[in-house]
Design a protein around this ligand. Structure first.
Ligand code: 6PG
Length: 472
């Protein structure tokens, strides 16, 4: 085997890694995989059926079996493991070899790794890959960042394995350095936001609409044939039909209401706060996962804190129609927030990101793929300098037509004490963004009152301070 020359190497043969290897193989390339676990290596070998793929537990053999300059992909958990793998690899590599980190690494780690490896003339790219296990196997959306000329050397393979929309690959070079991992982080923030909005929609349909799982399946399936068409709506419809293997119940009803997270949504929020970009739906989606984990406290509080009784909706059809509009409206605001963050990050970190390119490669393969992305793509093609998606010509009417729906839904949620904080944030973002005047003059006055922080005036240039008429 040591004399064979494989086109690519893959480190990390978990399901994602193995599926990506088979996908690459299906497009005519040969791949050698490496994993410390002999079980993973054996599984890879058996799944490949001896066709253009092999795998090994020997790093030495792995390195010697690849064409030079080597192209090595990593699909290992983000964090320290990535550094450990790079440190093991480094002494075995030659100049001009390329490492592509295809996991969900934090973009600041990607910058450090890039700089470190550049000192040894080893190329490094941070590559976001979205689409879960089936995406990896049959066509993910791929978000690469790093040196453009190095991307060009791997573009034919990445284009071949990526998802396609209208025969166009869902991959393109996004920008230098950590641009790819930044875009993937924002993708995940949007993913958190949309998932939370769908969960809140489920809550009100279940508690107020009193819909059965079978009906919920039908509602989401119908929505998936309309303007809400998207991967997350589609899988939600499926989920309501799944039976539990251990009991005769519907699986969704036996799953604990406490969501875990690997943290990428929170990373997006952290950086948005740092860059002073409002992304409230994503922030609240992160917070709601945190609140969901306080299961014990919530159960105790339910005995102490009261709210209105949830009544049965006597306008079930109206509620469903309003929710379709509300979800659509809110989804637009989440994409708007994510893209606004990308635009600010692009300036701040010199990524030179093109929102149209990003919307284009998110149309297929990834978790947030949705019919709406076609309009988002068109919006940024028509106006490359668009300040916010919500003011795009293609989007203004959609918001206008669906805003009554979100207002109707939120009134029902408030009257019945059903928490819909992400939906509220979506409408709050919209109503604030369209307010020519905001009460921030009062904030300025308060700051100057207690801390002499000064304020600006509407009628004069400069900063001013007042000796306020203090009553205490
Ligand atoms: C994707 C997903 C994926 C992510 C999972 C879990 O694009 O395929 O974003 O990368 O790891 O969705 O994320 P959480 O554990 O944070 O929910």
């Amino acid at each position: 085997m040591a004399n064979e020359s494989y086109d690519f190497g893959m480190i990390g043969l978990g399901t994602m890694g193995r599926n990506l290897v088979l996908n690459i193989r299906d497009h005519g390339f040969s791949v050698i995989g490496y994993d410390k676990s002999s079980t993973q290596v054996e599984t890879m070998i058996s799944e490949s059926e001896g066709k253009k793929v092999t795998a090994t537990t020997s790093l030495d053999e792995f390195i010697k079996s690849m064409k030079v300059p080597r192209v090595i992909m990593l699909l290992v958990p983000a964090g320290k493991i990535v550094d450990d793998v790079i440190n093991e690899l480094k002494p075995l590599l030659s100049e001009n070899d390329l490492i592509m980190d295809c996991g969900n690494s934090h973009f600041t780690d990607t910058n450090l790794r890039y700089e470190q490896l550049a000192k040894s003339n080893i190329h490094f790219m941070g590559v976001g890959v979205s689409g879960g296990e089936s995406g990896a196997r049959f066509g993910p959306s791929i978000m690469p960042g790093g040196p453009k000329e190095i991307y060009a050397s791997v573009a034919p393979m990445l284009e071949a394995v990526s998802a396609k929309v209208n025969s166009e690959p869902c991959v393109t070079w996004l920008g230098p350095g950590s641009a790819g991992h930044y875009v993937k982080m924002v993708h995940n923030g949007i993913e958190y936001g949309i998932m939370q909005l769908i969960a809140e929609t489920y809550h009100i349909l279940k508690s107020f609409g009193k819909h059965t799982n079978k009906e919920l399946h039908q509602i989401f399936a119908d929505w998936n044939n309309g303007k809400l068409q998207s991967f997350l709506i589609e899988i939600t419809a499926d989920i309501f039909l799944q039976k539990d293997e251990l009991t005769s119940n519907d699986l969704v009803d036996v799953i604990l209401d406490s969501a875990r997270q690997k943290g990428t949504g929170g990373w997006a929020s952290e950086d948005a706060i740092k860059l002073q970009v409002p992304i409230p739906v994503i922030d609240i989606a992160v917070a709601m996962r945190d609140i969901s984990a306080y299961k014990k406290q919530r159960l105790a509080a339910a005995e102490i804190l009261s709210g209105p009784d949830v009544k049965l909706s006597d306008e079930k059809t109206e509620l469903i129609a309003a929710l379709e509009d509300a979800l659509y409206f809110a989804m637009i605001t989440v994409y708007a927030q994510g893209i606004a963050l990308l635009q600010k990050a692009s300036e701040n970190y010199s990524y030179d990101l093109k929102p149209a390119d990003i919307a284009k490669i998110w149309r297929g393969g990834c978790i947030i793929r949705a019919a709406l992305l076609e309009d988002i793509y068109t919006s940024f093609i028509e106006d490359k300098e668009l300040s916010n998606l919500m003011v795009s010509k293609a989007i203004v009417d959609k918001l206008q037509l669906s805003q009554n729906g979100i207002r109707y839904v939120l009134k029902a949620a408030i009257d019945n004490g059903i928490p819909m904080p992400a939906m509220m944030m979506a409408l709050g973002y919209y109503d604030s963004y369209r307010s020519g005047w905001q009460p921030a003059n009062l904030l300025q006055a308060q700051r100057d009152y207690f801390g002499a922080h000064t304020y600006e005036r509407i009628d004069k240039e400069g900063t001013f301070h007042t000796k306020w008429n203090q009553t205490n």
